[in-house]
Design a protein around this ligand. Structure first.
Ligand SMILES: NC(=O)C1=CN([C@@H]2O[C@H](COP(=O)(O)OP(=O)(O)OC[C@H]3O[C@@H](n4cnc5c(N)ncnc54)[C@H](O)[C@@H]3O)[C@@H](O)[C@H]2O)C=CC1
Ligand SMILES: O=C(O)CCC(=O)C(=O)O
Length: 474
């Protein structure tokens, strides 16, 4: 991290202005999204105090904060960021990498959805960036480890669109079982084709869920309400909801299910998880649904499986290559097998809309934008996906000479000793530190600080060799 980057987030004495705002509490209060299945070790004990706090101190005049929002982030999120006085630049689509690099050089906050790839190449150029908001569940599009090594925190929305995905999949199960897509296409072409052959009720059929997390487990409940039996496969041993049953191997799931649906993250282990061998293991005349990530299903193998009638129908919401924005881009240039896929019968193709509902997008906008503001203004990393979770009770207006120090550093011995030596001339009111892999994060509120001491505190902390990024908020 070059000095240029640090200068931007460091307090500039001549522009110091202590701004007090209640807009944050107005914006709908902070809500911490904690996954029911996550191993969350730092309960937000100060949350109530934080909510009740009538006055929120801001660290500095946040008009200086520049935000780049890509991929049509919802209005709710845009409003929250603008209410803080941040400069918000908004785009409906994602940007080509070179354009992205140009833009990202300048900004402190970037908000994306699933398309924008924040690779180490891009992040290396993002000298001023302090935080990334993924306005979605998946974070595979961000190099999380590299971001942490640069002191860039990443937040997402772990379950605000889970229900929307589960509902889409339930709709697809019925649509595939009744060949609704084909019948509808025929009617659009003027053809009346009243047939029952190959159409089924879903009652009494078995749904096989691969990945029983937020989406998979929600779907399990919905499917049982439709009279389906549910089996699931997960690398983790998870409590079954209703009368669902966990099976011990992928093969057991594939050979036992009439409908197979995927809800796993993108990872090296899930790449081409369903290929020719797995399709062979599925029941004859079964159905495959993928609303997870495009890399999880080997699509040419699926095309073969459907041509041979082994697979009676499929629904795909995600693809190995997806266009940056809306338009006529889903062609064979994007994915070589595009034409072959489109020619198949009983296949539902949707443009990655699993989480695209008004409810989900509006909730995600609030949740992620709030996490970004909380991090920018207060340094809190609760529910961050790549940084240690650290939070302190908010500073209040009756603590006029208090300063908050946030210090991201390499997780090596001796750092706390050096930090506390620097902070030692002041009363350390509260302090919290935690580590995650190679990165550690310390937050301390110190009192009796004269404004003209702030820059020296910042510079001394920056001088510690393990320092990744220092911010002093007051
Ligand atoms: N189509 C869309 O618009 C959306 C797609 N998604 C995708 O769905 C994925 C799943 O979302 P959630 O249910 O919220 O995630 P989650 O993290 O709650 O659940 C994922 C589950 O998959 C399991 N898993 C991981 N690797 C596995 C493997 N190799 N084999 C079997 N199980 C494995 C995990 O143990 C976990 O239980 C996301 O990672 C995202 O990529 C999420 C939201 C919207
Ligand atoms: O809505 C989006 O852009 C992405 C949805 C998704 O795939 C996710 O939340 O992981």
């Amino acid at each position: 991290m070059g000095s240029e980057a640090r200068d931007i987030v460091a307090p500039k004495l001549e522009t110091i202005s202590r701004t007090v705002s209640n807009s944050f509490t107005k914006a709908g209060s902070f809500s911490y999204s904690i996954s029911p299945t996550s191993t969350f070790h730092s309960p937000p004990s100060s949350l109530e105090a934080f909510r009740q706090s009538a006055k929120q101190l801001k660290p500095f005049d946040t008009k200086d904060i520049k935000v780049l929002l890509l991929e049509n982030v919802n209005q709710t999120g845009r409003d929250i960021l603008k209410e803080q006085g941040y400069q918000v630049e908004f785009y409906k689509s994602s940007l080509p990498e070179d354009e992205l690099i140009e833009k990202i050089r300048d900004v402190h906050v970037v908000g994306i959805r699933s398309k924008t790839k924040l690779t180490s190449r891009v992040l290396r150029e993002a000298k001023n960036l302090i935080v990334i908001g993924c306005f979605c569940i998946g974070t595979n599009q961000v190099d999380l480890k590299y971001a942490a090594s640069q002191g860039i925190a990443v937040f997402n929305s772990p379950f605000s669109n889970s229900r929307s995905v589960a509902e889409l999949v339930i709709g697809e199960i019925i649509a595939l079982a009744r060949q609704i897509g084909d019948r509808s296409n025929e009617m659009h072409a003027g053809t009346w084709n009243k047939v029952s052959s190959g159409s089924w009720e879903i009652r009494g059929k078995t749904l096989g869920i691969i990945g029983y997390g937020h989406i998979g487990s929600q779907l399990s409940v919905l499917a049982e309400a439709f009279g389906m039996s549910v089996i699931y496969y997960d690398v983790v041993n998870l409590m079954a909801l209703g009368t669902a049953k966990q099976v011990s191997s992928l093969e057991d799931l594939l050979s036992g299910a009439d409908f197979v649906t995927l809800h796993v993250p993108e990872s090296p282990e899930t790449k081409n998880m369903i290929g020719a061998k797995e399709i062979e293991q599925m029941k004859n005349g079964s159905y495959l649904i993928n609303a997870s990530r495009g890399s999880v299903v080997d699509i040419p193998a699926l095309i073969e499986g459907m041509r041979s009638r082994k697979i009676a129908g499929a629904a795909l919401d995600v693809y190995p290559n997806e266009p940056a924005g809306n338009g006529d881009y889903f062609n064979s240039e994007l994915n070589t097998w595009g034409d072959d896929l489109r020619k198949l019968k009983n296949i539902i193709l949707t443009p990655h809309i699993g989480g695209s509902t008004e409810e989900a997008q509006s909730a995600i906008g609030v949740e992620v934008a709030s996490a970004l503001v909380r991090y920018v203004n207060e340094g809190a990393t609760l529910a961050s996906v790549n940084m240690p979770e650290v939070n302190l009770r908010s500073l209040t207006m009756d603590e006029p000479n208090h300063v908050r120090v946030t210090f991201i550093h390499r997780n090596v011995p001796g750092v706390l000793r050096s930090v506390n030596k620097i902070l030692g001339d002041h009363n350390v009111d509260k302090q919290m530190t935690d580590s995650r892999g190679e990165v550690a994060y310390l937050m301390a509120d110190i009192s009796d600080v004269n404004q003209n001491e702030i820059k020296a505190i910042w510079a001394d902390l920056e001088g510690i060799s393990a320092c990744i990024r220092t911010r002093v908020l007051y």
